[in-house]
Design a binder for this molecule. Sequence first.
Ligand code: GLN
Length: 503
Amino acid sequence: MNLTLEQIQDFKGRYPKQIWSLFFSEMWERFCFYGMRGMLVFFMISQLKFGDEQANLQYGATQAFVYAFTFVGGLFADKILGFRKSLFWGGLLMITGSLILAANPHDFFFLGISFTVVGTGFFKPNISTMVGKLYRAGDSRTDAGFSLFYAGINLGALLGGYICIAIGKGEMFSKLIPETLRWNIAFGLAAVVMVISLVNFIFTQRRLGPIGLMPQQVSADGSVQVQPKWKVYGTYLLTLLFVPLIMVMVSVPQYTDYFMYTVGPLTLIYLFYEMSKVNASERKKLWAALVFIMFSIIFWGIYEQSGGSLSIFAAKNLNKDLLGLDPNGVNNSGGAFFIIFLAPIIGLLWIWLSKRRLEPNTLIKFGLGFIFLGAGYYVLFATRFFADLQGITSLNIFTIALLVITFGELCLSPIGLSIMTKLSTEKLQGMMMGLWFLASAYGQYVAGIIGAGMATAQEGSTNMDAMLTYTEGYRQLGIYAVIAGLVLIAISPLVKKLMQDVR
Ligand code: GLN
């Protein structure tokens, strides 16, 4: 079944068939990733006997490196491996990482984590880029496709995030699994689902036509040259050398700061170098992509309070008035739960609006993303009006805030993936997608700093004081989000010019 690109992109209906296969591969990969991520802090504290602060700092470092490596993964995909080989290599590294953790999580913890970090860098951006390749330039169904794909991401995140740690802690299958093996099985499950992801991808490949094959070089005389083998194997080898490097970097939290200070400027310099090699129209589009990337840092900086300050807020200041559910469980998985249902619906809404020529363009969607985010944080602020005298407030209202924030995420995150594929030149697709995720790394980093600021402000205070401090912090973040949205709308004529024919 050798399909051409035209045959793939000329699909009828709402979605290209291949998107389902990419959906499932990404779903299992996210299961593995969020499964592991969800266990990190708990495992470090309960099993490795780290202090809270150290565990949190090391968790933050892993997150920063994971998303920073997407840039490396995207770059090597563009230059040498192509998307398919990169994805496959990344998947194998993730399996290796999870197997190491399954075999001996106590002694080889950071080794396993480092494999997973590098592996994710190679897998994550490149599967997203392939989704974009299923669409012809200007196809108004693209954002809907990415929204569907985003539902897959969150389905995996929800299942993995819930099941792995539940097995590790003995809350699930505790009769079947002996106590001493719980963590091994939990990490092992991450490896198993990653195998499913890759097996699924092997079957998918047949229907991807030329999408994601290795880049070829065309010489001046028109002859096509395939990548020399040494470059491919050299890349694999280099990747393996990154593993010990990351182990060292993750082990000293301070290194993350140095890393974050240097890696951003360096990648920008590299991007400017690449931009100097393209034509003026392509360069303008890359500038526009950079504007979206920069705004996404602000978005994630505010949004990612969920892993930090909001989890403390949930633990200390929320009751269980929502079906008796645990507030931290709701904070961790509420967003993903909403997305699974809402993402496909919002995707279909974009298609429906586009048929009536009413679909908002990317700038407006991003602007809406910020406004929903801001509104959501205002709802978080409003939880203070439902608090009792002990500073305990309503989980119901908190959940409404999550829902509003989720609308914001759906206007920005899948749309961001989509616009990266539309604004990048053919040869820079992987790198730009990597840069999009690198921005999330910065967002998480900023989020950590904001959250730590709020936590210090309320140290040693009563529950009531803490509640007031946190909600005031959320009000301020809400204002920043709305301001960012307004700035984006204000500069939209300029960005529109840069985007040219892209919407
Ligand atoms: N939650 C999404 C994912 O896992 C978005 C991540 C991000 O860009 N920070 O893919």
